[in-house]
Write a protein that binds this ligand. Structure first.
Ligand SMILES: Cc1ncc(COP(=O)(O)O)c(C=O)c1O
Length: 377
């Protein structure tokens, strides 16, 4: 296979990873499948429904593997992502992002006509027009009231506010059907002083209090959704009935620690050293437009792990240059050397690429178009 023909869709199948033109985004399928199986078995063991967040990989192929491993559906952030996964896979979707604006309402209602749709809601201002749009099409979506548990992003501020919003949704004349609650404990991360699992106790207390208030008010709450990658294996210590981890499929420098390790990081960027002109420095062909310029995760420096080369650091990125530094006593780096990089953040890295090569045993088995890339509406 010539370098040029490898650019055509499907032409890289059967090509050794070491011979792919760089930069190239490669997922080790054995590692990916191990991650999916591990989390599916945890969810199964604790009776938790699993709705993996598809924004991490944005591919139909990896979503299908998650569903085959036991996921009940997928989570998405954007209505366009929901439309793509509804069309391609026809599975239940959790659209976990405020649906605001006439186009989003129309798209949401259309999707609800195709697959069972659940939406996270944190305001009546968004819920009312959405419910009206759903009614106009004669369809229904389940609503989860989102409660902020510390991230400070979306979600109502207090259990009292959650009850008030839930009652408001219940009082709507159809379209939205109240099903329960949702939280995203995205403030609990690795790299601080505490293990993220330690903060989950407070999340659990907050949820329990809210559930009790729902019960006293006679509000439905058979679904309680939560679960991030950093807190994944502590999910059963909170009263959730379903989890929505995203990053766990691919993992990265930020999340490949704690319960996961670097060996679990399925996503790697194949790169080539293109310059060593300055002493102690080198440049690879993967910069911010390849790796994404996600900031160094808490407690770490730099823009990626260079696999198997503890003597090298990726100190900075420009758009198309990864600025490497040879640490004291480093073995040499030469123009043309290939390096493998685990990016800081898998989700933003994937979103920069048209395709991911899925490899097994170092040989490309499948090309996976990043079909939901750019689906930000
Ligand atoms: C609402 C929501 N749920 C679930 C997830 C998945 O989190 P993680 O990738 O940490 O597993 C995210 C990620 O940003 C999210 O925003």
């Amino acid at each position: 296979v010539s370098a040029v023909s490898a650019q055509r869709a499907g032409a890289a199948v059967g090509v050794p990873v070491a011979e792919l033109e760089t930069p190239a985004l490669v997922v080790d399928l054995d590692v990916l499948e191990r991650n999916l199986a591990r989390v599916a078995s945890y969810a199964d063991e604790h009776g938790l429904a699993l709705y993996p967040h598809a924004k991490t990989h944005k591919t139909v192929e990896i979503a299908r593997k998650q569903l085959d491993a036991g996921a009940g559906g997928l989570t998405v952030a954007k209505s366009e992502e929901a439309a793509i996964f509804a069309r391609e896979l026809g599975v239940p979707l959790v659209l976990h992002y405020p649906i605001v604006g006439a186009e989003k309402v129309e798209r949401g209602a259309e999707i609800a006509g195709e697959v069972p749709l659940t939406v996270a809601v944190d305001s009546l201002e968004a819920a009312e027009p959405l419910a009206a749009g759903l009614r106009r099409r004669g369809v229904v979506a389940e609503a989860l009231v989102e409660l902020d548990v510390g991230l400070g992003r979306t979600g109502v501020a207090t259990p009292e506010d959650a009850v008030e919003l839930a009652a408001g949704i219940d009082a709507l004349e159809g379209g939205l059907s109240l099903a329960g609650l949702s939280v995203y404990p995205g403030h609990l991360r690795h790299g601080g002083s505490a293990d993220p699992g330690a903060g989950i106790g407070r999340v659990g207390e907050r949820l329990t209090e809210t559930i009790e208030r729902f019960d006293r008010a006679g509000l439905r709450r058979e679904r309680v959704s939560g679960g991030s990658t950093a807190t994944l294996f502590a999910s059963h210590r909170t009263p959730v009935t379903e989890i929505r981890p995203g990053n766990y499929a691919l993992l990265d420098r930020a999340e490949g620690r704690g319960d996961f390790t670097l060996a679990d990081c399925a996503l790697r960027v194949q790169a080539t050293v293109v310059s060593t002109s300055l002493p102690g420095r080198f440049v690879i062909d993967a910069g911010a437009k390849t790796l994404s310029d996600a900031a160094p995760p808490a407690g770490l420096d730099g823009y990626g792990f260079i696999v198997g080369r503890d003597d090298l650091a990726l100190a900075a990125l420009s758009e198309e240059h990864g600025h490497g530094e040879a640490l004291a006593g480093a073995a040499g780096v030469e123009v043309g050397d290939r390096l493998e990089v685990v990016p800081n953040h898998a989700c933003t890295c994937v979103n920069l690429h048209d395709r991911i090569y899925g490899a097994r045993g170092g040989v490309v088995e499948v090309e996976m178009p990043v079909i939901a890339r750019g689906m930000v509406r």
